[in-house]
Ligand binder design. Structure first.
Ligand code: LP5
Ligand code: MN
Length: 264
């Protein structure tokens, strides 16, 4: 579901943002920005938001698909984004990045350059005083058998090793071919198949002993109430971003709330 392309913007020319910074204990959760070189306005929106809202303390959790396609840490395409993240972490905000189904090749060199921590999925952390599980969300879509087969294939370390050995141009070409095949396959799938499987959600939450789950991937932002072993539980689905804006899930002293991200 990529947003339409648009002229390239130059984020480094943005006016300096004011900094009404969050208190240190706030945790910010985002996912599915799908940043791409042809979507410069979206990159500009994100970089501005990093300075104006995320900076100054607390923790930012990026739960997958920050990038539309990550083909290796040696790709210079996203240097502007890396610089923005490096400035954020240098300023004292912690930033954790989880792999999504588009950027699972993000590696240690990216982490070193940006000061971000790579967060293994699923990650169990404390949010608003409660044990909470963080995931990208694609693993929960177990009804989408064709995708799960594709996932096993591209997560295979040997396949990844072979892919990384290819020149950048060839990797770009392969990623574009995957995208094209995937878009064609998705056009044939029902919305229900591409959503999370309710039994899998229950199984994962029980296994990790949590009653709160935060994930992205499905682009269906909502706060779901469910019951686990008879007790109330919550599944928070993060929103995807576009040039028209985005959304952040904010956890602070007052619990969880959604905050819009609007273009200037
Ligand atoms: O992300 P989204 O929402 O668009 O779609 C996903 C699923 N699609 C994917 C595929 C990615 O979009 C491809 C981009 C990868 C970029 C990274 C490059 C690094 C490659 C490294 C290799 C080691 O994840 C989609 C789900 C959907 O979410 C909802 O959950 O349905 O899954 C599919 O559509 C998969 C298809 O069902 C099967 C695709 C078969 C592709 C076959 C490969 C063709 C070989 C081409 C040759 C070179
Ligand atoms: Mn995804």
């Amino acid at each position: 579901m990529p947003p339409e392309s648009e002229p390239r913007a130059r984020p480094q020319h943005l006016p300096r943002a004011k900094r009404p910074t969050p208190p240190a204990e706030q945790q910010l959760f985002i996912s599915d920005l799908h940043l791409a070189p042809e979507r410069g306005q979206l990159t500009a929106l994100f970089l501005h938001w990093l300075q104006a809202r995320a900076a100054g303390g607390g923790a930012l959790y990026i739960l997958g698909d920050l990038f539309d396609a990550w083909i290796g840490d040696d790709d210079p395409t996203y240097q502007d984004v890396e610089a923005g993240l490096a400035a954020l972490t240098a300023g004292g905000t912690r930033c954790a990045v989880m792999h999504g189904n588009r950027d699972f090749l993000i590696g240690r060199r990216f982490a070193r350059r940006t000061g971000c921590e790579l967060l293994r999925e699923p990650a169990r952390i404390t949010v608003a005083g409660e044990p909470t599980l963080l995931m990208h969300g694609d693993r929960l879509c177990t009804d989408d058998r064709a995708y799960q087969r594709f996932r096993r294939r591209v997560r295979n370390p040997v396949v990844q090793w072979l892919f990384r050995r290819q020149p950048l141009a060839k990797r770009r070409h392969i990623a574009a071919a995957y995208r094209q095949r995937s878009a064609a396959a998705m056009a044939e799938k029902t919305a229900a198949i591409m959503d999370v499987n309710a039994d899998e959600v229950q199984r994962v939450m029980r296994r990790h002993g949590v009653r709160r789950l935060i994930h992205g991937h499905t682009h269906r932002p909502a706060d779901h109430q469910l019951r686990i072993a008879g007790a109330p539980a919550h599944r928070h689905v993060l929103a995807d971003w576009s040039i028209d804006g985005g959304e952040v899930l904010v956890a602070g002293d007052d619990g969880l709330r959604r905050e819009p991200v609007q273009p200037a």
